[in-house]
Ligand binder design. Structure first.
Ligand code: SF4
Length: 335
């Protein structure tokens, strides 16, 4: 029987705007990298954010951890509003919220041995004696599928997949409850990708971890996600349990993304939805629905008003004027 899951991380109306300055440093325009993003992450589940490059999904992850300061909004971790935390409180909570990056190599000091790199966060948080830290790191190396004696190796001696295992070991060293995985497999070849994804799933089950998983790849999020949020120009335009999103997508953008996934069976043909034009610049996003410049179903109302988020099925939310109050299954969600 599946355990009842409680709200673990609540992200409400999150905004992150970046000022763009001219050559003399005066801010002229603002890039709305994240613009009113709301979602909930339940304990023990994996919520995936998916979208094309530049849609703001990585900025959501970084802003939740306050690696970049938010412009507005609220993030509650286990009920506590962490945007109100001072430096000391933030330092403490960061033990529970770790991040795994796309390219762990860039954050591994090439002159240090892996063991010493992995022990660093334990030292910073004053965890254990020197002997205990070494033992813990060796156990972690084993836990992520490496060998204890690789403790003494340097970063350049590891392959891409092994480095990602090291990135995961570093995140696990703090015994976190939440891990934000930012494109953790996108730099890897397909077979290494599936090894790392399976490792993430195995570790999640063993340690009861919660993941926010960020990726541009729908096949990857289908493999790992319990629920998926589709982002476009800084907004979540549709979110749903994984099966519902793949079987009954509602938003035209989601439908277009799904139609572009190749089917490995040549007998099956899928109608490909061609989108018009490029993603608009976030410096000058369109009024109304952000997708209206490319949507095959655009209506007049789409150019003037931002669609409300409506529930169209259990846990299935969509922001699109095609789903109106006249449809008895669509009700406005009060965030
Ligand atoms: Fe297309 Fe209009 Fe729906 Fe936007 S609101 S996705 S433009 S139909």
């Amino acid at each position: 029987m599946k355990m009842e899951k409680k709200a673990f991380l609540e992200v409400k109306h999150l905004k992150k705007y970046f000022p763009v300055r001219n050559s003399i440093g005066i801010s002229q325009v603002t890039v709305k990298a994240v613009d009113d993003v709301t979602f909930t992450l339940n304990e023990g589940e994996t919520f995936c954010l998916v979208g094309e490059s530049g849609c703001g999904k990585s900025t959501v992850g970084r802003t939740i951890l306050r690696l970049t300061e938010p412009t507005d909004g609220e993030v509650r971790f286990q009920g506590e509003d962490i945007f109100q935390y001072d430096k000391k409180e933030l330092h403490t909570v960061r033990k529970d919220m770790q991040m795994v990056f796309q390219d762990p190599f860039s954050s591994l000091n090439p002159r240090k041995r892996i063991g010493s790199i992995l022990e660093e966060p334990l030292k910073i948080h004053k965890i254990g004696t020197s002997k205990e830290r070494t033992e813990k790191v060796m156990n972690l190396l084993e836990r992520v599928g490496l060998q204890r004696d690789q403790y003494y190796r340097f970063p350049y001696e590891f392959s891409g997949g092994q480095r990602q295992r090291i990135g995961l070991a570093r995140a696990l060293s703090m015994n976190p409850e939440l891990i934000i995985c930012d494109e953790p497999v996108s730099a890897l070849d397909v077979s290494t990708q599936s090894q790392i994804l399976n490792l993430l799933l195995e570790i999640q089950q063993d340690l009861q971890l919660t993941y926010l998983f960020i990726s541009h790849d729908l096949s990857v999020v289908r493999h790992i996600g319990d629920r998926i949020g589709v982002m476009y120009l800084g907004k979540i335009v549709e979110s749903a349990p994984t099966d519902a999103l793949f079987e009954t997508p509602k938003h035209p953008y989601t439908k277009a993304l799904l139609s572009a996934i190749p089917i490995p069976d040549p007998q099956i043909e899928r109608e490909k939805i061609q989108l018009r034009g490029e993603i608009p610049s976030p410096l000058n996003p369109p009024a109304g629905c952000p997708f209206h410049t490319r949507c095959p179903f655009v209506m007049d109302v789409c150019k003037k008003s931002v669609p409300e988020t409506r529930e169209v099925g259990q846990g299935h939310l969509v922001s699109c004027h095609l789903y109106t109050e006249e449809n008895d299954y669509a009700k406005v969600v009060d965030n």
